[in-house]
Design a protein around this ligand. Structure first.
Ligand code: DC
Length: 447
């Protein structure tokens, strides 16, 4: 699979670099600030005493330009002639140099391959002016991040004064308007939103709000469905409802279910339902207790059983290979949840009839799916009641409150976080059903 490419373009001061840096940290992407590359060329030209408006002189100086990049603790360090450039590229004077040199096609060509190279190895987020139009026209996610000139000038003013640079808000606004004009009217790669980019205006958003909005856009675009897939999901929902309405009475006749916490099921939006697993019939008990269609993850073998296979396939079940990490099933679950569906996963992997769930093992795939899709987890405990006649199954279903990303402890994702989140969910499942870990009987030495 090719790596994820997120292209964020927009005018200066829209908050691109600070927002992208934080988004990269939270989603585990490599962040590349392409403006810093142009700024470095600006610094190089200035050091060489070349007038940035003298195109021929700038082009003639390019063969000797040597830029390097190093990643240090997730931060991009740019090297000019082997030495880090630091804050020297952030002055207003260098902004103007960068704007001038970036209008020269030869400069852009020199930096193009270099920017493309990153995406061959990593999932990346790049911010700049032409990422979605020229560098990565094939980016899976394209965002045009903007804000009013006044809002942008105000932010840049705060940023510069915090660094001790003496400026007035008026001069920053004037410089910004001039740079906007130059960047969007130049002939070579002018600043325009790609036709397929989503525009996000951050004038009225604070930093956190902008980060959240960008993350939601990334998830929505990354997992955007084709019209055919949307139609297929609609069809599956229709079949699901049909089966539950027609077969539901039969299930409920043989199968007495007492449900607690039905009101906790979110009526809309993506969600992962996690339940302990006792019997194949669990899918019917849970299905009959939850007032919206569910996409169940079901072991691949069930898709080979005649009739059953037809039923579950047409009702939107997701086939799962249990012997290995099934990336296809994970991707499909993430896609469905990110698009507002309820996906059910049994974290124990196998049915564990007659066992106290608190004493069983569980996996963390459901947490990974919830993290990637950016949706909560709904803990559910299913408990078998004592029954007189085997044919009449009696179950109790306890539905807990949805657990948010924050409650699950997600920060940057990763296997340690998924394991911890899965443990929290599983202990909530056990708590709902009043299951406690069976402690070994005390030995004589204990006593
Ligand atoms: O985003 P910034 O302010 O650091 O960018 C500095 C200059 O570089 C800006 O005037 C436009 C130019 N630039 C560009 O032309 N293409 C890019 N991909 C990034 C920046």
């Amino acid at each position: 699979m090719s790596h994820l490419k997120v292209a964020v373009d927009g005018p200066g001061g829209a908050g691109k670099s600070s927002v992208c840096k934080e988004v990269a940290r939270r989603l585990n992407l490599l962040y590349i600030d392409t403006g810093a590359l142009y700024r470095t060329v600006g610094l190089y030209v200035k050091r060489a005493g070349i007038d940035p408006a003298d195109r021929d002189a700038v082009v003639a100086s390019l063969p000797a330009l040597s830029i390097g990049v190093r990643a240090e603790q997730g931060r991009q360090i740019i090297l000019l002639d082997g030495a880090p450039v630091g804050d020297e590229i952030r002055t207003q004077e260098i902004s103007m140099y960068a704007s001038r040199v970036s209008a020269i096609p030869e400069v852009r060509a020199k930096l193009l391959d270099y920017q493309r190279g990153f995406a061959e190895e990593f999932d990346v987020i790049l911010d700049g002016r032409d990422i979605g139009t020229v560098i990565f026209p094939d980016a899976q996610v394209k965002i045009f991040l903007t804000a009013s000139p006044e809002a942008r000038a105000h932010r840049r003013y705060l940023e510069l004064t915090a660094k001790g640079v003496e400026v007035t808000e008026e001069s920053v606004l004037a410089e910004m308007n001039e740079r906007d004009r130059a960047d969007s009217t130049r002939e070579s790669a002018p600043l325009v939103a790609a036709a397929d980019a989503v525009t996000l205006d951050t004038s009225d958003l604070d930093f956190e709000g902008s980060v959240d909005a960008v993350i939601s856009l990334i998830k929505a675009q990354r997992y955007a469905l084709t019209p055919e897939k949307k139609k297929k999901i609609k069809r599956e929902k229709r079949s699901y409802r049909f089966f539950y309405y027609t077969l539901g009475w039969l299930v409920r006749f043989f199968h007495r279910i007492k449900v607690t916490g039905r009101e906790n099921v979110p009526r809309s939006g993506g969600c992962i339902l996690c339940s302990n697993h006792i019997a194949i019939l669990d899918i019917f008990s849970i299905g009959a207790s939850v007032p919206r269609p569910i996409n169940f993850l079901a072991k691949r073998e069930l898709f080979k059983v005649p009739i059953l296979s037809f039923l579950i396939r047409s009702a939107g079940a997701i086939p799962l290979e249990r012997k290995k990490t099934d990336l296809g099933a994970i991707r499909r679950s993430v896609e469905l949840a990110a698009n507002g569906n309820l996906v059910a996963i049994f974290p124990q992997g196998h049915r564990q009839p007659g066992k106290n769930p608190a004493d069983t093992e569980f996996k963390s795939g459901a947490a990974l799916v919830a993290y990637r899709a950016g949706v909560p987890i709904l803990p559910v405990c299913i408990r078998l009641k004592r029954q007189k006649y085997r044919i009449f199954r009696r179950t109790e279903i306890f539905i807990g409150k949805p657990m948010s990303a924050e409650e699950l402890g997600f920060v940057n994702g990763g296997s340690a976080e998924y394991r911890e989140a899965a443990a929290k969910v599983f202990s909530e499942i056990c708590r709902l059903g009043n299951f406690e870990k069976t402690l070994p009987a005390p030995t004589e030495t204990d006593a």
